[in-house]
Design a protein around this ligand. Structure first.
Ligand SMILES: C[S@@+](CC[C@H](N)C(=O)[O-])C[C@H]1O[C@@H](n2cnc3c(N)ncnc32)[C@H](O)[C@@H]1O
Length: 285
């Protein structure tokens, strides 16, 4: 007799729990719902339905991949960020909930109804850029990334969220991008993990997510030093720089901004209560 979806969820939960995955039940439900192409919340109404032949065999390779640490978002192929769906795979960092407060801070600085130019330095999956373009319909924007793979994913996510006509992309370093002086606001979540901390991260991150997206140099601040100085030299008066920071980098990044002459410095915390976003303005006069 074939197993029900509820029984399959329990079986998957045991497999994931046995492999040391925290939140094994919830992950089992997400994977099963993903294969059924339904929302996880709908599973409760299908728990007693018999699963079709071969369902467990399709789930099995996903459980094996998750058991060795491959991120869940690579297996489901998408994640939600700021209320929208983004494709996720090994081409770029998986969007994090923590980054939503960085988008919120940018919106505080973007007057409604005004046509604005924005850029996202180190755009990765495109989650920050796409969120700005969808949430502020008058805006056009550029995503910049050194990784051609990341940019291909960002392009797909712009199309998935119907903002491809308002987005363009620059493949290369932010140091070589020539648009600094043309935009009103730059958002960036640069790599900010100190190099020797990377080996101590969870294996899901350490072994699977792109190193280029994580490694911020010996003290984690290399990208901030570059972006803060380039922005101070090249951005127009009155333009804003909005940065995601590590939970322990508020003082260091604020000092870099002050030393480079930025003003009006603002800070925000993420939902976990950690310092996570900093904004600063080029002096107007
Ligand atoms: C922490 S990830 C952020 C990705 C995405 N913005 C997000 O918030 O999920 C940093 C990104 O910066 C890119 N990057 C690193 N160094 C860069 C550089 N010098 N110029 C442009 N992009 C760079 C990496 O390829 C990576 O996609």
């Amino acid at each position: 007799m074939s197993r029900t979806f509820g029984e399959i969820v329990c079986w998957a939960q045991r497999r994931l729990g046995g492999a040391g995955i925290e939140g094994a039940r919830q992950e089992a439900r997400w994977l099963v719902a993903g294969l059924m192409d339904i929302e996880p919340g709908e599973l409760i109404t299908r728990d007693r339905d018999p699963a079709p032949a071969g369902f467990a065999a399709k789930l099995d390779p996903l459980l094996r991949r998750r058991a060795v640490g491959e991120p869940l978002a690579y297996l489901t192929g998408n994640t939600e960020f700021y209320g929208r769906i983004f494709k996720t795979d090994a081409r770029a960092l998986i969007p994090r909930d923590d980054s939503e407060c960085v988008v919120e801070l940018a919106f505080e600085l973007m007057p409604a109804g005004e046509t604005l130019g924005v850029a996202d330095l180190g755009t990765g999956s495109g989650c920050l850029l796409v969120s700005l373009l969808t949430g502020h319909p008058w805006t056009r924007g550029t995503g910049v990334d050194l990784s051609a793979e990341a940019l291909s994913l960002a392009r797909e996510n712009a199309a998935l969220n119907s903002v491809e006509a308002k987005a363009d992309f620059f493949a290369g370093s932010w140091a070589d991008w020539t648009g600094w002086g043309e935009v009103d606001l730059i958002i960036s979540n640069p790599p900010y993990i100190a190099s020797d901390i990377i080996e101590t991260l969870d294996r899901d991150v350490r072994d699977y997510e792109p190193r280029l997206a994580l490694d911020g140099g010996p003290d984690g601040l290399d990208a901030y030093r570059e972006i803060i100085v380039l922005g101070a030299e090249k951005m127009k008066p009155g333009a804003w720089l909005v940065l995601e920071i590590g939970y322990d980098q508020k003082a260091a990044v604020t000092a870099l901004l002050e030393a480079a002459g930025w003003t009006g410095i603002l800070h925000r915390r993420d939902l976990g209560g950690n310092d996570r976003a900093v904004a600063a303005q080029r002096p107007v006069g």
